[in-house]
Design a protein around this ligand. Structure first.
Ligand code: ADP
Length: 445
Protein backbone atom coordinates (compact mmCIF):
# COMPACT_ATOMS: atom_id res chain seq x y z
CA UNK A 1 0.00 0.00 0.00
CA UNK A 2 3.02 2.27 0.08
CA UNK A 3 3.00 3.72 -3.40
CA UNK A 4 -0.60 4.29 -4.28
CA UNK A 5 -1.51 7.19 -6.51
CA UNK A 6 -4.07 9.76 -5.37
CA UNK A 7 -6.64 8.17 -7.63
CA UNK A 8 -6.01 4.72 -6.24
CA UNK A 9 -6.28 5.95 -2.69
CA UNK A 10 -9.52 7.72 -3.52
CA UNK A 11 -10.79 4.57 -5.12
CA UNK A 12 -9.90 2.48 -2.08
CA UNK A 13 -11.68 5.03 0.02
CA UNK A 14 -14.73 4.85 -2.15
CA UNK A 15 -14.71 8.64 -2.52
CA UNK A 16 -17.24 9.54 -5.17
CA UNK A 17 -18.33 12.75 -6.86
CA UNK A 18 -21.07 13.07 -4.30
CA UNK A 19 -18.55 13.26 -1.47
CA UNK A 20 -17.06 16.33 -3.06
CA UNK A 21 -20.41 18.03 -3.23
CA UNK A 22 -20.75 21.60 -1.98
CA UNK A 23 -22.09 22.32 1.50
CA UNK A 24 -25.75 21.61 2.12
CA UNK A 25 -28.08 23.94 0.31
CA UNK A 26 -31.17 25.01 2.21
CA UNK A 27 -33.56 27.59 0.76
CA UNK A 28 -30.93 28.71 -1.70
CA UNK A 29 -28.33 29.22 1.00
CA UNK A 30 -25.28 27.15 1.85
CA UNK A 31 -25.11 25.95 5.42
CA UNK A 32 -21.68 26.79 6.78
CA UNK A 33 -20.61 25.83 10.28
CA UNK A 34 -19.26 28.56 12.50
CA UNK A 35 -17.66 27.25 15.68
CA UNK A 36 -17.49 29.54 18.67
CA UNK A 37 -15.10 28.56 21.47
CA UNK A 38 -15.88 30.15 24.83
CA UNK A 39 -13.19 31.35 27.19
CA UNK A 40 -12.54 28.96 30.09
CA UNK A 41 -13.71 31.73 32.42
CA UNK A 42 -17.01 32.29 30.62
CA UNK A 43 -20.22 31.46 32.41
CA UNK A 44 -22.51 32.82 29.71
CA UNK A 45 -25.35 30.68 28.43
CA UNK A 46 -24.45 29.16 25.10
CA UNK A 47 -27.80 30.24 23.62
CA UNK A 48 -27.08 33.88 24.45
CA UNK A 49 -23.67 33.66 22.84
CA UNK A 50 -25.10 31.94 19.79
CA UNK A 51 -27.68 34.70 19.31
CA UNK A 52 -25.03 37.39 19.75
CA UNK A 53 -22.77 35.72 17.17
CA UNK A 54 -25.65 35.28 14.74
CA UNK A 55 -26.45 38.96 15.06
CA UNK A 56 -22.83 39.83 14.55
CA UNK A 57 -22.64 37.68 11.42
CA UNK A 58 -25.75 39.28 9.99
CA UNK A 59 -24.02 42.63 10.08
CA UNK A 60 -20.95 41.28 8.38
CA UNK A 61 -20.63 41.58 4.63
CA UNK A 62 -17.54 39.51 3.91
CA UNK A 63 -17.09 36.22 2.12
CA UNK A 64 -16.91 32.93 4.01
CA UNK A 65 -13.62 31.07 4.03
CA UNK A 66 -12.25 28.61 6.57
CA UNK A 67 -10.42 30.31 9.37
CA UNK A 68 -10.86 32.73 12.23
CA UNK A 69 -13.28 35.65 12.33
CA UNK A 70 -12.20 38.50 14.58
CA UNK A 71 -14.29 38.99 17.71
CA UNK A 72 -15.60 42.56 17.29
CA UNK A 73 -14.07 44.82 19.93
CA UNK A 74 -17.20 46.95 20.12
CA UNK A 75 -19.21 44.02 21.44
CA UNK A 76 -18.31 43.76 25.14
CA UNK A 77 -20.44 40.65 25.67
CA UNK A 78 -18.59 38.69 22.99
CA UNK A 79 -15.21 40.11 24.00
CA UNK A 80 -15.79 38.98 27.57
CA UNK A 81 -16.94 35.48 26.72
CA UNK A 82 -15.56 34.37 23.40
CA UNK A 83 -12.09 32.99 22.89
CA UNK A 84 -12.35 32.45 19.16
CA UNK A 85 -14.77 32.21 16.25
CA UNK A 86 -13.96 29.96 13.31
CA UNK A 87 -15.56 29.27 9.95
CA UNK A 88 -15.31 25.56 9.06
CA UNK A 89 -15.74 23.17 6.15
CA UNK A 90 -15.87 25.67 3.29
CA UNK A 91 -12.43 24.61 2.06
CA UNK A 92 -13.42 22.14 -0.59
CA UNK A 93 -16.04 24.39 -2.02
CA UNK A 94 -13.68 27.34 -2.10
CA UNK A 95 -10.88 25.32 -3.69
CA UNK A 96 -13.04 23.84 -6.37
CA UNK A 97 -15.28 26.76 -7.15
CA UNK A 98 -15.55 30.39 -6.37
CA UNK A 99 -15.79 32.15 -3.07
CA UNK A 100 -18.84 31.92 -0.84
CA UNK A 101 -20.32 35.38 -0.43
CA UNK A 102 -22.12 36.34 2.76
CA UNK A 103 -25.55 36.47 1.12
CA UNK A 104 -25.14 32.93 -0.20
CA UNK A 105 -24.53 31.57 3.27
CA UNK A 106 -26.65 30.60 6.21
CA UNK A 107 -24.21 30.29 9.09
CA UNK A 108 -24.90 27.52 11.58
CA UNK A 109 -23.39 28.62 14.86
CA UNK A 110 -22.07 26.05 17.35
CA UNK A 111 -21.00 27.33 20.75
CA UNK A 112 -18.80 25.22 23.02
CA UNK A 113 -16.41 25.35 25.94
CA UNK A 114 -13.38 23.08 26.10
CA UNK A 115 -13.08 20.69 29.00
CA UNK A 116 -9.76 21.01 30.78
CA UNK A 117 -10.15 17.91 32.90
CA UNK A 118 -7.78 15.72 30.93
CA UNK A 119 -8.09 11.96 30.60
CA UNK A 120 -9.54 10.08 33.48
CA UNK A 121 -7.70 6.81 33.63
CA UNK A 122 -9.17 4.13 35.77
CA UNK A 123 -6.85 1.83 37.61
CA UNK A 124 -7.72 -1.79 37.78
CA UNK A 125 -7.89 -3.56 41.08
CA UNK A 126 -4.26 -4.65 41.08
CA UNK A 127 -3.06 -1.11 40.46
CA UNK A 128 -2.09 -1.79 36.85
CA UNK A 129 -2.99 0.94 34.45
CA UNK A 130 -6.33 0.02 33.00
CA UNK A 131 -6.91 -0.58 29.36
CA UNK A 132 -9.16 2.40 28.85
CA UNK A 133 -9.21 6.16 29.11
CA UNK A 134 -12.17 8.44 29.45
CA UNK A 135 -12.40 12.00 28.13
CA UNK A 136 -15.04 14.65 28.49
CA UNK A 137 -15.59 16.25 25.10
CA UNK A 138 -14.84 18.68 23.65
CA UNK A 139 -11.44 18.36 25.32
CA UNK A 140 -8.66 20.89 25.30
CA UNK A 141 -6.22 18.17 24.27
CA UNK A 142 -8.00 17.55 20.96
CA UNK A 143 -8.44 21.21 20.08
CA UNK A 144 -7.14 21.93 16.58
CA UNK A 145 -6.51 18.27 15.81
CA UNK A 146 -9.15 18.01 13.09
CA UNK A 147 -7.67 20.96 11.23
CA UNK A 148 -4.13 19.60 11.58
CA UNK A 149 -4.96 16.29 9.90
CA UNK A 150 -4.54 16.52 6.17
CA UNK A 151 -5.90 13.99 3.69
CA UNK A 152 -6.87 13.91 0.08
CA UNK A 153 -10.09 15.80 -0.37
CA UNK A 154 -13.25 14.12 0.75
CA UNK A 155 -12.12 11.79 3.52
CA UNK A 156 -12.73 13.99 6.54
CA UNK A 157 -15.95 15.43 5.14
CA UNK A 158 -17.18 11.97 4.28
CA UNK A 159 -16.63 10.75 7.84
CA UNK A 160 -18.29 13.80 9.28
CA UNK A 161 -21.32 13.50 7.03
CA UNK A 162 -21.59 9.79 7.62
CA UNK A 163 -21.68 10.22 11.38
CA UNK A 164 -24.04 13.15 11.09
CA UNK A 165 -26.46 11.08 8.99
CA UNK A 166 -26.28 8.18 11.40
CA UNK A 167 -27.13 10.44 14.32
CA UNK A 168 -29.91 12.12 12.37
CA UNK A 169 -31.52 8.81 11.38
CA UNK A 170 -31.53 7.81 14.99
CA UNK A 171 -32.87 11.10 16.20
CA UNK A 172 -35.71 11.07 13.70
CA UNK A 173 -36.60 7.56 14.75
CA UNK A 174 -36.07 5.85 11.39
CA UNK A 175 -37.17 2.25 11.76
CA UNK A 176 -34.04 0.07 11.65
CA UNK A 177 -35.97 -2.87 10.24
CA UNK A 178 -36.87 -0.82 7.20
CA UNK A 179 -33.65 1.10 6.73
CA UNK A 180 -30.62 -0.38 8.34
CA UNK A 181 -27.54 1.49 9.36
CA UNK A 182 -25.20 1.29 12.29
CA UNK A 183 -22.83 3.54 14.06
CA UNK A 184 -19.56 1.69 13.65
CA UNK A 185 -16.63 3.23 11.78
CA UNK A 186 -13.47 1.34 10.84
CA UNK A 187 -10.34 3.15 9.72
CA UNK A 188 -7.57 0.95 8.43
CA UNK A 189 -4.17 1.52 6.87
CA UNK A 190 -0.45 1.61 7.65
CA UNK A 191 0.74 2.83 11.07
CA UNK A 192 1.30 6.53 11.59
CA UNK A 193 -1.26 7.71 9.07
CA UNK A 194 -3.33 9.46 11.71
CA UNK A 195 -6.13 6.94 12.20
CA UNK A 196 -6.30 7.20 15.98
CA UNK A 197 -6.01 10.97 15.84
CA UNK A 198 -8.72 11.14 13.20
CA UNK A 199 -11.09 9.16 15.43
CA UNK A 200 -10.38 11.46 18.37
CA UNK A 201 -10.78 14.53 16.20
CA UNK A 202 -14.01 13.22 14.70
CA UNK A 203 -15.45 12.58 18.14
CA UNK A 204 -14.45 16.11 19.18
CA UNK A 205 -16.03 17.65 16.05
CA UNK A 206 -19.27 15.74 16.48
CA UNK A 207 -19.49 16.66 20.14
CA UNK A 208 -19.33 20.31 19.06
CA UNK A 209 -21.70 19.99 16.12
CA UNK A 210 -24.31 18.04 18.08
CA UNK A 211 -24.07 19.91 21.34
CA UNK A 212 -27.59 21.29 21.14
CA UNK A 213 -29.02 17.77 20.90
CA UNK A 214 -26.46 16.17 23.22
CA UNK A 215 -25.14 18.66 25.79
CA UNK A 216 -22.68 16.11 27.18
CA UNK A 217 -20.22 13.95 25.29
CA UNK A 218 -17.62 11.46 26.34
CA UNK A 219 -14.96 9.51 24.60
CA UNK A 220 -13.89 6.13 25.95
CA UNK A 221 -10.62 4.85 24.50
CA UNK A 222 -9.96 1.15 24.63
CA UNK A 223 -6.73 -0.30 23.43
CA UNK A 224 -7.65 -3.74 22.15
CA UNK A 225 -4.09 -4.91 22.38
CA UNK A 226 -3.87 -4.12 26.07
CA UNK A 227 -6.86 -6.34 26.71
CA UNK A 228 -4.62 -9.26 25.88
CA UNK A 229 -1.74 -8.30 28.08
CA UNK A 230 -0.33 -10.76 30.54
CA UNK A 231 -3.16 -9.83 32.82
CA UNK A 232 -5.56 -11.12 30.33
CA UNK A 233 -7.11 -13.59 32.69
CA UNK A 234 -8.61 -10.41 34.10
CA UNK A 235 -9.62 -9.23 30.66
CA UNK A 236 -13.03 -10.82 30.55
CA UNK A 237 -13.94 -9.03 33.74
CA UNK A 238 -12.38 -5.82 32.43
CA UNK A 239 -14.47 -5.88 29.29
CA UNK A 240 -17.61 -6.54 31.27
CA UNK A 241 -16.83 -3.73 33.68
CA UNK A 242 -15.99 -1.33 30.89
CA UNK A 243 -19.14 -1.98 28.95
CA UNK A 244 -21.28 -1.80 32.01
CA UNK A 245 -19.91 1.67 32.53
CA UNK A 246 -20.53 2.62 28.90
CA UNK A 247 -24.07 1.27 29.16
CA UNK A 248 -24.71 3.54 32.12
CA UNK A 249 -23.47 6.55 30.18
CA UNK A 250 -25.59 5.67 27.21
CA UNK A 251 -28.74 5.40 29.29
CA UNK A 252 -28.57 9.13 29.87
CA UNK A 253 -30.16 10.24 26.64
CA UNK A 254 -28.56 13.69 26.56
CA UNK A 255 -25.13 11.99 26.50
CA UNK A 256 -23.33 11.33 23.26
CA UNK A 257 -20.84 8.53 23.78
CA UNK A 258 -17.93 7.62 21.55
CA UNK A 259 -16.10 4.35 22.04
CA UNK A 260 -12.72 4.19 20.34
CA UNK A 261 -11.26 0.70 19.98
CA UNK A 262 -7.69 0.93 18.75
CA UNK A 263 -5.75 -1.86 17.04
CA UNK A 264 -8.70 -4.18 16.55
CA UNK A 265 -6.45 -6.50 14.56
CA UNK A 266 -5.20 -7.84 17.88
CA UNK A 267 -8.64 -9.34 18.44
CA UNK A 268 -8.27 -11.48 15.34
CA UNK A 269 -4.72 -12.38 16.33
CA UNK A 270 -5.89 -13.47 19.75
CA UNK A 271 -8.63 -15.62 18.32
CA UNK A 272 -6.22 -17.27 15.93
CA UNK A 273 -3.62 -17.86 18.60
CA UNK A 274 -6.26 -19.42 20.82
CA UNK A 275 -7.37 -21.73 18.04
CA UNK A 276 -3.84 -22.89 17.41
CA UNK A 277 -3.46 -23.55 21.08
CA UNK A 278 -0.68 -21.06 21.70
CA UNK A 279 -2.87 -18.93 23.90
CA UNK A 280 -5.39 -20.05 26.48
CA UNK A 281 -8.95 -20.14 25.24
CA UNK A 282 -9.75 -17.33 27.66
CA UNK A 283 -8.82 -14.92 24.96
CA UNK A 284 -11.56 -16.20 22.70
CA UNK A 285 -13.96 -15.47 25.46
CA UNK A 286 -12.63 -11.93 25.65
CA UNK A 287 -13.03 -11.33 21.94
CA UNK A 288 -16.51 -12.79 21.98
CA UNK A 289 -17.43 -10.74 25.02
CA UNK A 290 -16.28 -7.62 23.23
CA UNK A 291 -18.28 -8.38 20.10
CA UNK A 292 -21.40 -9.27 22.06
CA UNK A 293 -21.13 -6.08 24.07
CA UNK A 294 -20.70 -4.07 20.90
CA UNK A 295 -23.83 -5.59 19.45
CA UNK A 296 -25.73 -4.70 22.58
CA UNK A 297 -24.52 -1.13 22.38
CA UNK A 298 -25.49 -0.89 18.76
CA UNK A 299 -29.14 -0.50 19.63
CA UNK A 300 -28.44 2.63 21.63
CA UNK A 301 -29.02 5.74 19.52
CA UNK A 302 -26.43 7.92 21.17
CA UNK A 303 -23.27 5.90 20.76
CA UNK A 304 -20.75 5.84 17.95
CA UNK A 305 -18.09 3.15 17.85
CA UNK A 306 -14.81 4.11 16.19
CA UNK A 307 -12.25 1.44 15.43
CA UNK A 308 -8.78 1.43 13.89
CA UNK A 309 -6.49 -1.22 12.49
CA UNK A 310 -2.96 -1.14 11.16
CA UNK A 311 -3.27 -4.36 9.23
CA UNK A 312 -6.16 -4.57 6.86
CA UNK A 313 -5.93 -8.28 6.12
CA UNK A 314 -5.84 -9.39 9.72
CA UNK A 315 -8.96 -7.70 11.00
CA UNK A 316 -11.40 -10.13 12.44
CA UNK A 317 -14.06 -10.74 9.82
CA UNK A 318 -16.68 -10.51 12.53
CA UNK A 319 -15.49 -6.98 13.02
CA UNK A 320 -15.37 -5.92 9.40
CA UNK A 321 -18.91 -7.09 8.96
CA UNK A 322 -20.10 -4.93 11.77
CA UNK A 323 -18.61 -1.70 10.46
CA UNK A 324 -20.78 0.45 8.22
CA UNK A 325 -18.13 2.76 7.06
CA UNK A 326 -14.72 1.39 6.24
CA UNK A 327 -12.19 3.91 5.11
CA UNK A 328 -8.67 3.23 4.02
CA UNK A 329 -6.30 5.82 5.42
CA UNK A 330 -3.17 5.75 3.34
CA UNK A 331 0.20 7.45 3.42
CA UNK A 332 -0.10 11.14 2.55
CA UNK A 333 -0.24 12.11 -1.12
CA UNK A 334 2.08 14.75 -2.54
CA UNK A 335 -0.44 17.49 -1.86
CA UNK A 336 -1.01 16.27 1.70
CA UNK A 337 2.74 16.02 2.29
CA UNK A 338 3.21 19.57 1.06
CA UNK A 339 0.41 20.81 3.30
CA UNK A 340 1.71 18.96 6.35
CA UNK A 341 5.22 20.35 5.85
CA UNK A 342 3.80 23.80 5.11
CA UNK A 343 1.93 23.81 8.42
CA UNK A 344 5.12 22.72 10.22
CA UNK A 345 7.14 25.47 8.59
CA UNK A 346 4.47 28.06 9.27
CA UNK A 347 4.56 27.09 12.94
CA UNK A 348 8.36 27.45 13.06
CA UNK A 349 8.01 30.89 11.45
CA UNK A 350 5.37 31.87 13.99
CA UNK A 351 7.63 30.86 16.84
CA UNK A 352 10.60 32.55 15.14
CA UNK A 353 12.69 29.43 15.08
CA UNK A 354 12.92 30.16 11.41
CA UNK A 355 13.57 33.78 10.63
CA UNK A 356 16.55 35.84 9.57
CA UNK A 357 15.13 37.44 6.56
CA UNK A 358 13.13 40.44 5.62
CA UNK A 359 9.47 40.27 6.63
CA UNK A 360 9.83 36.65 7.63
CA UNK A 361 7.55 37.18 10.63
CA UNK A 362 4.61 38.03 8.40
CA UNK A 363 5.29 35.40 5.81
CA UNK A 364 2.28 33.34 4.82
CA UNK A 365 3.24 30.33 2.74
CA UNK A 366 0.76 29.70 -0.09
CA UNK A 367 -1.05 26.40 -0.39
CA UNK A 368 -0.33 23.57 -2.82
CA UNK A 369 -2.73 24.58 -5.60
CA UNK A 370 -1.53 28.17 -5.59
CA UNK A 371 2.11 27.15 -5.73
CA UNK A 372 1.47 24.65 -8.51
CA UNK A 373 -0.35 27.27 -10.51
CA UNK A 374 2.30 29.93 -9.98
CA UNK A 375 5.13 27.59 -10.86
CA UNK A 376 3.42 26.85 -14.13
CA UNK A 377 3.68 30.52 -15.07
CA UNK A 378 7.39 31.31 -15.23
CA UNK A 379 6.87 35.03 -15.82
CA UNK A 380 5.66 35.64 -12.26
CA UNK A 381 8.16 33.39 -10.58
CA UNK A 382 10.79 36.02 -9.99
CA UNK A 383 8.40 38.61 -8.68
CA UNK A 384 6.96 36.76 -5.70
CA UNK A 385 9.08 36.51 -2.61
CA UNK A 386 8.05 33.22 -1.00
CA UNK A 387 7.93 31.32 -4.26
CA UNK A 388 11.51 30.00 -4.34
CA UNK A 389 10.91 28.86 -0.78
CA UNK A 390 7.72 27.09 -1.75
CA UNK A 391 9.50 25.46 -4.63
CA UNK A 392 11.96 24.03 -2.12
CA UNK A 393 9.09 22.96 0.08
CA UNK A 394 7.53 21.18 -2.86
CA UNK A 395 10.80 19.43 -3.50
CA UNK A 396 10.88 18.33 0.12
CA UNK A 397 7.32 16.98 -0.23
CA UNK A 398 8.41 15.02 -3.28
CA UNK A 399 11.40 13.55 -1.48
CA UNK A 400 9.15 12.47 1.41
CA UNK A 401 7.17 10.00 -0.67
CA UNK A 402 6.45 6.91 1.39
CA UNK A 403 6.87 8.62 4.77
CA UNK A 404 3.88 8.51 7.10
CA UNK A 405 2.16 11.61 8.43
CA UNK A 406 3.71 10.86 11.79
CA UNK A 407 7.25 10.83 10.33
CA UNK A 408 6.54 14.02 8.40
CA UNK A 409 5.52 15.89 11.52
CA UNK A 410 8.78 14.86 13.18
CA UNK A 411 10.97 15.78 10.24
CA UNK A 412 11.28 19.54 10.91
CA UNK A 413 12.43 18.78 14.42
CA UNK A 414 15.05 16.33 13.22
CA UNK A 415 16.19 18.82 10.59
CA UNK A 416 16.54 21.52 13.19
CA UNK A 417 18.56 19.26 15.43
CA UNK A 418 20.83 18.45 12.51
CA UNK A 419 21.63 22.11 11.97
CA UNK A 420 24.58 23.24 14.01
CA UNK A 421 24.26 26.25 16.29
CA UNK A 422 21.01 27.78 15.23
CA UNK A 423 18.78 29.80 17.45
CA UNK A 424 16.93 31.23 14.53
CA UNK A 425 17.79 29.95 11.14
CA UNK A 426 17.46 30.93 7.57
CA UNK A 427 14.49 29.27 5.84
CA UNK A 428 16.42 28.23 2.73
CA UNK A 429 19.11 26.62 4.75
CA UNK A 430 16.52 24.97 6.93
CA UNK A 431 14.68 23.45 3.99
CA UNK A 432 17.92 22.29 2.48
CA UNK A 433 18.66 20.36 5.66
CA UNK A 434 15.08 19.13 5.82
CA UNK A 435 15.39 17.60 2.36
CA UNK A 436 18.61 15.95 3.41
CA UNK A 437 17.03 14.59 6.57
CA UNK A 438 14.07 13.30 4.57
CA UNK A 439 16.39 11.42 2.23
CA UNK A 440 18.05 9.80 5.21
CA UNK A 441 14.74 8.86 6.81
CA UNK A 442 13.56 7.34 3.57
CA UNK A 443 16.68 5.28 3.14
CA UNK A 444 16.00 3.80 6.57
CA UNK A 445 12.49 2.70 5.68
P1 ADP B 1 -2.11 5.80 13.53
O1 ADP B 1 -3.22 5.66 14.50
O2 ADP B 1 -2.55 5.68 12.12
O3 ADP B 1 -0.92 4.97 13.82
P2 ADP B 1 -1.70 8.34 14.80
O4 ADP B 1 -3.08 8.84 14.92
O5 ADP B 1 -1.07 7.78 16.00
O6 ADP B 1 -1.61 7.30 13.61
O7 ADP B 1 -0.80 9.53 14.17
C1 ADP B 1 0.25 10.11 14.84
C2 ADP B 1 0.46 11.55 14.46
O8 ADP B 1 0.98 11.67 13.13
C3 ADP B 1 -0.80 12.41 14.43
O9 ADP B 1 -1.15 12.88 15.69
C4 ADP B 1 -0.37 13.55 13.51
O10 ADP B 1 0.37 14.51 14.21
C5 ADP B 1 0.55 12.88 12.53
N1 ADP B 1 -0.16 12.57 11.28
C6 ADP B 1 -0.38 11.34 10.79
N2 ADP B 1 -1.05 11.40 9.62
C7 ADP B 1 -1.26 12.72 9.36
C8 ADP B 1 -1.92 13.45 8.32
N3 ADP B 1 -2.49 12.83 7.29
N4 ADP B 1 -1.94 14.79 8.40
C9 ADP B 1 -1.38 15.41 9.43
N5 ADP B 1 -0.75 14.81 10.43
C10 ADP B 1 -0.69 13.47 10.42
Amino acid sequence: NQNLTDAEISEQNGVSEADLAPPLLVQDKFLVSVEVCLKPSSTARTDDVRLAVERMLEKRSLSYVDGPILVPIDDPFLVENVHRICVCDTDEWVNNHDILLFWQVKPVVHVFQLSEEGPCEELSADGQPSSFNEWILPAKEFDGMWESLIYESGLKQRLLRYAASALLFTEKGVNPFLVSWNRIVLLHGPPGTGKTSLCQALAQKLSIRFSSRYPQSQLIEVNAHSLFSKWFSESGKLVAKLFQKIQEMVEEETNLVFVLIDEVESLAAARKAALSGSEPSDSIRVVNALLTQMDKLKSAPNVIILTTSNITAAIDIAFVDRADIKAYVGPPTLQARYEILRSCLQELIRTRIISNFKDCDNLILPNFSTVREKLSKPEIQEAEAPLPLCKQLLEAAEVCEGLSGRSLRKLPFLAHAALANTYSCDPNKFLYTLIDTARRERSEL
